[in-house]
Ligand binder design. Structure first.
Ligand SMILES: *[C@@H]1O[C@H](CO)[C@@H](O)[C@H](O)[C@H]1NC(C)=O
Length: 483
C-alpha cells in the first residue's frame, strides 16, 4: 500500500491548490490569455520521426482532444471497463496530470463527492478486479480523499490497456474545486515501483504497446484560438502541425532517474535585457529541478526566487497588489494594453550535453488579462505564483508555460523536449538573454578591441619601421667623458 507517498501527495496537493485558488480569480472573471494569433510559419518537414528515421515514414500518432475550462484546467475523455455484454464502458473526464501518478475516479457510493460528476459503478464492469487495499490522498488544503484500488481495462482515444491500476474514491472530506471527474496521473513511475513492473498508466501503456513510440506530447491552446484544439498525443508527436520548430530541444533528464516526476534541469530564470537573473549555484551543472506539470495552471516559483523576479516586474506596472489567497500579483494594464515595455521571461535550460539553451516567453504569453465582471475594469495578472518553501521542487512550470511550447515527455529516454508552439507570438528558435543591455556591452567590447589592435599596430610601427624614432643625440654631459 502506497499511502502517504510524499511525492504523490505533494503533486496532488499542488493540483488541488491551484484549481482552488485560480478558479476563483481567473475562472470567475472573464479570464483570457492575451495571445496574438499570428499566421503559422511555414513548416515543410513531415515530422521528426520521418526526418530522422528514413525507414518509418508514417507517424504512429494517437491524438486525443482536450477540453479546456477557462485556461486553468484541461481534461481528456477516458473509458473504463472491458467489452461486457449489456454493460457499456463507463466514461469520465479526467485531468491529464504529469505531476501525479494515480488514475482515480469517483465511486458510485462516494460520500461528499461533488454531485454533478460521473461515478464509477464497479458492479457494472465485468472484468474489474478489486485489490482490497485503501489509498488516502491528503491535499495541502486539508482535504482528505480515500478509496480502494482495482485493476480494469482503460481506453484513452483509440488506445486500450488491460490490467490498469485505478482508484475509486468513495470518500471526500470537503468540497473539491475540480471541474473534472478525476485525474489521469501521467508521472512516469510511482515512487515505490521503480524496481517493479511499473503500474502508472504510461508504464502500462508502453508495456502493452511495445511498438508504440514511448512518448506523449501536449499541445495546449488558449480559449481564444478557435481553430486550434488542445491535444494530448501518445506515440509520435506531430511537430509539423503544432510547432514552429522542426525538432525538440531536450533538457537534461538526470533528476528523473531518482524521482517519479517529470523533471528537467534549469540553469537560471530571469527577465530579458535587465540583468535580473536568478541562478542556482549550489546545484552545480545539474541546475535546479523544474517540474513540467500539466496539472498546474501557472508557473509556481519558490518564494526566494519569486520575490527576486517579481520585484523587477512590479515597478513596470501601476497599482499592483498581491492577491494573498492565490499568491499572485494583479496590476492595472498599461495604456492600450501595450506590453512592449515588459521584458520576456528567460528560462535557461541545461541540455543533455551540459550546454544551455533559452526558452523565452513573451509578455503576451505570461500575462493573463482578467476582466472584473462588476466594474468592467481589466487587470493584468502575471501568471507566476508565489509557491511555498516546502513545494516538491523550486520551479513548477504549468499550463501557461506549456501553451508557449509543444512539450514532449519521452518515456523511453527519460527526458522532456520543447519546441515553440505554432501559436506563440515569438519565432522558432527565438533567442533571449537576461544580460543587461547586451548591445551597449557589445559596443564597449568592440571598442576596446579596436583600441587594443591600434596599440599593437602602433607598437609594431615603433619597432620595425627603420629610422624611427630618430637617433637621439647623446647627452652633452657624456661627450667630454668619452673624449
Ligand atoms: C464503496 O463500495 C466498495 C465496493 O465496491 C467498498 O469496498 C467500499 O467500502 C464502499 N465505500 C463506502 C464508503 O461505502
Amino acid at each position: 500500500m502506497r499511502e502517504g507517498t510524499p511525492s504523490r501527495c505533494m503533486a496532488a496537493m499542488w493540483l488541488q491548490l491551484h484549481f482552488a485558488a485560480l478558479l476563483s480569480v481567473l475562472g470567475a472573471h472573464e479570464a483570457k490569455a492575451q495571445r496574438l494569433v499570428l499566421p503559422l510559419t511555414e513548416v515543410t518537414h513531415g515530422g521528426e520521426a520521418a526526418t530522422l528515421l528514413g525507414r518509418r515514414l508514417k507517424l504512429d500518432s494517437h491524438p486525443n482532444a482536450l477540453g479546456n475550462y477557462d485556461n486553468v484546467q484541461y481534461h481528456v475523455q477516458i473509458e473504463i471497463g472491458a467489452d461486457c455484454p449489456d454493460q457499456p464502458r463507463q466514461e469520465f473526464k479526467v485531468v491529464p496530470d504529469t505531476g501525479s501518478s494515480d488514475l482515480w475516479i469517483p465511486a458510485v457510493n462516494c460520500t461528499h463527492c461533488k454531485s454533478r460528476t460521473q461515478k464509477f459503478d464497479i458492479t457494472k464492469s465485468c472484468q474489474a478486479e478489486q485489490i482490497g487495499n485503501r489509498i488516502t490522498f491528503r491535499y495541502g488544503d486539508g482535504t482528505v480523499a480515500n478509496g480502494g484500488s482495482f485493476y480494469d481495462t482503460v481506453r484513452v482515444g483509440d488506445l486500450e490497456v488491460e490490467g490498469q491500476l485505478l482508484i475509486q474514491v468513495d470518500h471526500m472530506e470537503s468540497d473539491t474545486h475540480m471541474k473534472s471527474d478525476g485525474i489521469l496521473g501521467l508521472a512516469h513511475h510511482y515512487a515505490s515501483d521503480r524496481s517493479l513492473r511499473g503500474e502508472t498508466f504510461v508504464s502500462t501503456l508502453f508495456r502493452e504497446h511495445p511498438h508504440l513510440p514511448a512518448q506523449f506530447s501536449f499541445y495546449l491552446t488558449g480559449r481564444g484560438s478557435n481553430d486550434a484544439k488542445s491535444q494530448l498525443v501518445f506515440g509520435d508527436p506531430d511537430l509539423a502541425s503544432h510547432s514552429k520548430e522542426t525538432r525538440f530541444r531536450y533538457g537534461k533528464g538526470q533528476y528523473m532517474s531518482t524521482t517519479d516526476l517529470w523533471l528537467t534541469s534549469v540553469w537560471s530564470v530571469g527577465w530579458s535585457d535587465t540583468g535580473v537573473e536568478v541562478t542556482f549555484p549550489d546545484r552545480g551543472t545539474l541546475g535546479a529541478p523544474a517540474l513540467i506539470d500539466s496539472g498546474s495552471s501557472l508557473l509556481v516559483i519558490e518564494p526566494g526566487v519569486y520575490d527576486r523576479l517579481i520585484s523587477e516586474l512590479r515597478w513596470r506596472f501601476t497599482n499592483c497588489h498581491s492577491l494573498p489567497e492565490q499568491q499572485i500579483l494583479s496590476c492595472d494594464c498599461p495604456p492600450a494594453n501595450d506590453l512592449s515595455r515588459i521584458p520576456q521571461l528567460v528560462i535557461n535550460i541545461i541540455d543533455e550535453h551540459d550546454k544551455q539553451f533559452s526558452l523565452c516567453m513573451s509578455p503576451d504569453e505570461f500575462i493573463l488579462e482578467s476582466v472584473d465582471p462588476i466594474t468592467g475594469r481589466t487587470s493584468c495578472v502575471p501568471s507566476i505564483q508565489r509557491g511555498s518553501a516546502s513545494q516538491p521542487v523550486p520551479l513548477i512550470f504549468g499550463m501557461t508555460f506549456m501553451r508557449a511550447f509543444y512539450t514532449t515527455f519521452d518515456f523511453k529516454h527519460g527526458r522532456i523536449g520543447f519546441a515553440r508552439s505554432n501559436l506563440s507570438p515569438l519565432p522558432g528558435l527565438a533567442q533571449c538573454s537576461a544580460d543587461a543591455q547586451p548591445l551597449l556591452r557589445r559596443s564597449i567590447w568592440v571598442l576596446s578591441l579596436l583600441v587594443a589592435v591600434a596599440s599593437v599596430c602602433f607598437a609594431c610601427y615603433v619597432f620595425f619601421v627603420p629610422g624611427y624614432p630618430p637617433a637621439k643625440a647623446r647627452p652633452p654631459s657624456q661627450v667630454p667623458a668619452a673624449a
